[in-house]
Write a protein that binds this ligand. Structure first.
Ligand code: NAD
Ligand code: DAU
Length: 346
């Protein structure tokens, strides 16, 4: 089976590319990625010379780029990871989110319809369900109530994808996973940002009261679920994916400091994210029942592995932490707290 993986140079997409090539000897992969600030070919270095793998630089929102890759031939299935993914950036400027996540998905759906693919897996997120109170968990039939421009654009792409199933019979499957962590994650997201700051003895900026709750899943586990969705997911259905490891942000940050042997005095509470969802939790009874799927990696083990990866990949960190990253950091964090102004590691 030849699979078009979009966004395969990003955090989760690159993990999936490595995972499918490792676990399915018969698979072929075309990695189609625009290489935005979040895309990095270093993430797929280990498969770059695999004859079953090919990289094509292109934009999912550009119909010519998408036509070109499909006309290259033989695509059996699409897994669409490509997206703008960071909530704080979407609050700053929603335009790239609507362009890539909504228009880009539509462009891919059109090409997939034209070429009659056997499966289209749309990688969505638990954030489309909005926020939970202290009890309960998101089910596949929970209402769609996104809070941020990011999650609203992802909800838009989900609706579009299902409209292609209902209207044209395109075999669309949607997965909605909780917060991922692991190696290769861009350090704008909570866990890698806190690890990198802690390693440099920089302040760890915790939004609001630090009591927002996320459900953390190691990214290889997400890849395993996506591969199952590709092979066994029923067209027209949603599958929630989660680990059961719910944590408050402050507990995650404390655990990172503990593993690194750094003092809690590095923690700095800063201005909250507008529209900040309080809690996410996933009901995974559907994939447990239908796929016999459950998460296998405990949060402490996964976090320790992740920290070790960042500790031993200083060259990857150095390349990522370029002028545009420092500029981003300065812009996002000094407005939350003037004392966080930072011009890079000493
Ligand atoms: P990421 O930001 O690390 O990577 C996104 C990738 O998409 C990058 O390689 C980027 O270059 C590429 N891309 C962006 N715009 C593109 C375009 N117009 N055309 C082609 N490529 C483009 O993202 P991630 O965290 O790996 O997330 C991957 C997917 O998983 C996203 O769809 C996201 O919504 C979803 N998701 C993420 C999480 C999470 O915790 N990170 C959880 C659930 C679902
Ligand atoms: O739930 C799945 C989603 O998880 C994905 O769809 C998104 O692409 C992904 O970015 C992630 O969204 P979150 O907003 O939950 O992730 P983030 O890492 O940005 O933040 C996690 C929590 O940590 C959130 O409550 C905000 C808080 N936070 C984040 C950062 C970056 C901080 O307190 N300080 C920070 O500096």
């Amino acid at each position: 089976m030849k699979v078009l993986v979009t966004g395969g140079a990003g955090f989760i997409g690159s993990g999936f590319v490595r995972y499918i090539l490792r676990n399915r000897p018969e698979a072929g992969v075309i990695n189609f990625d625009l290489l935005t600030y979040a895309g990095n070919l270093r993430n797929v270095e280990e498969v770059a010379r695999d004859p079953r793998y090919r990289f094509v630089r292109g934009d999912i929102a550009n119909a010519d780029d998408v036509r070109g890759v499909f006309e290259g031939g033989g695509i059996d299935a699409v897994v669409n990871f490509a997206a703008e993914t960071h909530v704080d950036r979407s609050i700053d400027d929603a335009s790239p989110f609507v362009r890539t996540n909504v228009l880009g998905t539509q462009c891919l759906l059109d090409a997939a319809k034209k070429h009659g693919v056997a499966k289209f897996v749309q990688i969505s997120t638990d954030e489309v369900y909005g926020s939970l109170g202290p009890e309960g968990a998101f089910r596949e039939d929970s209402p769609i109530e996104p809070s941020s421009p990011y999650s609203a654009s992802k909800a838009g792409s989900d609706h579009l994808a299902f409209s292609y199933f209902k209207t044209y019979g395109l075999p669309v499957v949607i997965t909605r996973c909780s917060n991922n962590y692991g190696p290769y994650q861009f350090p704008e997201k909570l866990i890698p940002l806190m690890i990198m700051n802690a390693m440099d003895d920089k302040p760890l900026p915790v939004y609001g009261d630090g009591k927002n709750v996320r459900e953390w899943i190691f990214t290889d586990e997400h890849s395993r679920a996506v591969l199952t969705a590709l092979e066994r997911g029923n067209p027209g259905e949603v599958y929630n994916v989660g680990s059961g490891y719910e944590m408050t942000n402050i507990d995650v940050v404390r655990e990172i400091l503990r593993i690194l042997g750094k003092p809690e005095s590095l923690i700095k509470y800063v201005k909250d994210r507008p529209g900040h969802d309080r809690r996410y939790a996933i009901d995974t009874s559907k994939i447990r029942r239908e796929w016999n799927w459950s998460a296998e990696i405990g949060f402490s083990d996964g976090l320790a592995q992740t920290i070790e990866w960042y500790r031993t990949h200083q060259d990857w960190i150095r390349e990522i932490r370029d002028a545009s990253y420092l500029n981003y950091y300065e812009r996002m964090y000094t407005r939350r707290d003037q004392t966080l102004a930072w011009s890079g590691p000493e």
